[in-house]
Design a binder for this molecule. Structure first.
Ligand SMILES: NC(=O)c1ccc[n+]([C@@H]2O[C@H](COP(=O)([O-])OP(=O)(O)OC[C@H]3O[C@@H](n4cnc5c(N)ncnc54)[C@H](O)[C@@H]3O)[C@@H](O)[C@H]2O)c1
Length: 301
C-alpha cells in the first residue's frame, strides 16, 4: 500500500495549539501538508487568549522541517472564521482540508445552566464550525476538492450528565455534517465526523482510570486518513480512542405500521411499543429521502 501524503495540500486545524489538534497539525505537516495552526490560546472554559499555544506548535512543525503558520482568531465569530480561512489563502494560496477541532467546556447540570454557558459552548463548537467551514467550503467548491473533519463527542451524541450545552453543540455538529456531506458530493468535498476520547487538558480530570490509556496520538491516524485524498468516505461518524476505531450511526427500524389512512388510538401505540422500539432490523439512512422511502414502502404495502 502506498504512503498517504499531503504534498501540495493546505490544511487548517482549529484549536491546534494543544491536545488533539496539535497532533493532527504535526502529522499533516510531517506528511507534507502546509498547515494553518489556529488557536485562541485560552483556558478550557474559553476565557483568556494567547499567541503562545499556536506559535509553539508552528515552531514544532518548523523544527521538524515542515511548513506551518499560526492564526490566533476565535472560531466563534463570522469574522474569526473568515480570517482563519483567509490566512490559509494569503500564506499558502488555497484550502484543501479543514479540521473543525476547537472546543471548550462549561459544564453544569441542566437545571443550573445559564444562557451564557449554553451560548458560549454553542458559539465555539457548533457555530464556530459553521463560521470556518462556510468560507472553506466555498473555496473547496471552486477547486472541486475538499476534506472536512468535524469533532463531535461520545458524551454529546449519547449523553453525559452536566453537558447539556456540549451535547446540543456536538449532536448539532453531526446534523450539520450530514447536510454538508450531501451538498459536498458533487464538488468532491468529503465531510466526516469523529467522536474521540483522549487524555488532554480538557479531559484529564474527567476520564478517571481511562485517562492513561487513551492517548491523543491514537486519534490522529483516523483524522489524517479522513482528510486524505485516499479517503472516499463521506457522511460518516466514527468513535475513536485508546486504539479502538468504530462506526457510529443513526439508524431507523421498520417500525409499526398502523395501516394506510389509519389513525391509531393512544392504546394502540402503547400496545405496539415493542415493535416500534425493536432494533433487530434497521437501516442507516444517509438522507431524508432514504428515511422517507421506508414510509413509502409501508404505504405501498
Ligand atoms: N479529549 C477528549 O476526550 C474529547 C472527547 C470528545 C470530544 N473532544 C473534542 O475534541 C476537540 C479537541 O479537544 P481537546 O481534548 O484536544 O482539548 P484542548 O482543550 O486540549 O484543545 C482545544 C483547543 O481549542 C482551542 N480553542 C478553544 N476555543 C477556541 C476558539 N474560540 N477559537 C480557536 N481555538 C479555540 C483551545 O485553546 C485548545 O487549544 C474539542 O472539540 C473537544 O470538544 C475531545
Amino acid at each position: 500500500m502506498s504512503d498517504i501524503t499531503f504534498d501540495n495540500r493546505v490544511a487548517i486545524v482549529t484549536g491546534a495549539g494543544g491536545g488533539l489538534g496539535r497532533t493532527y497539525a504535526l502529522e499533516f505537516a510531517r506528511r507534507g501538508a502546509r498547515v494553518v495552526v489556529n488557536d485562541l490560546g485560552g483556558s478550557v472554559d474559553g476565557s483568556g487568549g494567547s499567541a503562545m499555544a499556536a506559535d509553539a506548535v508552528v515552531a514544532e512543525i518548523e523544527a521538524a522541517g515542515g511548513e506551518g503558520v499560526a492564526n490566533y482568531d476565535s472560531v466563534s465569530s463570522p469574522e474569526g472564521g473568515a480570517n482563519i480561512v483567509q490566512t490559509a489563502v494569503d500564506v499558502f494560496g488555497q484550502v484543501d482540508i479543514l479540521v473543525n477541532n476547537a472546543g471548550i467546556l462549561r459544564d453544569t447540570s441542566f437545571a443550573k445552566m445559564t444562557t451564557e454557558q449554553i451560548d458560549a459552548v454553542l458559539d465555539v463548537h457548533l457555530k464556530g464550525a459553521f463560521y470556518v467551514a462556510q468560507p472553506a467550503f466555498a473555496l473547496m467548491k471552486e477547486r472541486g476538492y475538499g476534506r472536512i473533519v468535524n469533532t463531535s463527542s461520545p458524551s454529546g451524541l449519547f449523553g453525559n450528565f452536566g453537558q447539556v450545552n456540549y451535547g446540543a453543540a456536538k449532536a448539532g455538529l453531526m446534523g450539520m455534517a450530514s447536510v454538508m456531506a450531501i451538498e459536498g458530493v458533487k464538488y468532491n468535498i468529503k465531510v466526516n465526523t469523529i467522536a474521540p476520547v483522549a487524555k488532554t487538558r480538557m479531559t484529564e480530570d474527567l476520564l478517571g482510570p481511562l485517562a492513561d490509556l487513551v492517548h491523543p496520538e491514537q486519534v490522529t491516524p483516523l483524522v489524517v486518513y479522513l482528510a486524505s485524498e485516499t479517503c472516499t468516505l463521506t457522511h460518516q461518524v466514527f468513535s475513536v480512542g485508546g486504539g479502538r476505531y468504530a462506526r457510529i450511526f443513526l439508524g431507523v427500524n421498520d417500525g409499526w405500521f398502523a395501516g394506510k389512512d389509519a389513525v391509531p388510538s393512544v392504546e394502540d401505540i402503547h400496545a405496539n411499543l415493542d415493535t416500534i422500539q425493536d432494533i433487530d432490523d434497521y437501516i442507516v439512512p444517509l438522507s431524508n429521502n432514504e428515511e422517507m422511502a421506508l414510509l413509502f414502502k409501508a404505504l405501498k404495502g
